[in-house]
Design a protein. Structure first.
Length: 132
């Protein structure tokens, strides 16, 4: 594997991709000109954003024919940003959840405040401050 700097929650899926004859690319920024050109060359119908830690630009959003579908592991608009599950526990929330969102070509930027289409509420059962 190429040595790149990744977040601590990064999972390398390149071996699985290789084993299944799927192409993959390591990128530093979803909005970098080189990455935008790569995505353009693939002519995607849809962009899926799951666990991505960068805001996706309007330019990248405009590339897929049908726009973008993504998730955020919180009930938006609360706990936007990285590590929403950890923050839900730190804040002692009684419930958290998952938000699915879509962004179409006319959107300006994909952010956690996009069009929320499905919210799923989950009971928080762990308290970080409970002594055992």
């Amino acid at each position: 594997m190429r040595q790149l700097l990744f977040h601590s929650d990064y999972a390398d899926l390149s071996q699985i991709a290789s084993e299944n004859n799927l192409s993959y690319h390591f990128i530093k920024s979803i909005n970098a000109p080189k990455t935008v050109e790569l995505i353009k060359s693939l002519e995607p119908d849809l962009l899926l954003v799951f666990g991505w830690s960068q805001i996706v630009s309007k330019e990248v959003l405009g590339l897929p024919r049908f726009g973008c579908i993504g998730t955020h592991l919180a009930l938006l608009s609360r706990n936007r940003g990285r590590h929403p599950i950890v923050w839900a526990l730190v804040e002692g929330l009684k419930a958290t959840g998952v938000t699915f969102f879509t962004s179409m070509r006319e959107s300006t930027v994909v952010t956690s405040s996009g069009s929320n289409h499905a919210l799923s509420r989950l009971k928080t059962t762990l308290n970080l401050f409970t002594k055992r």
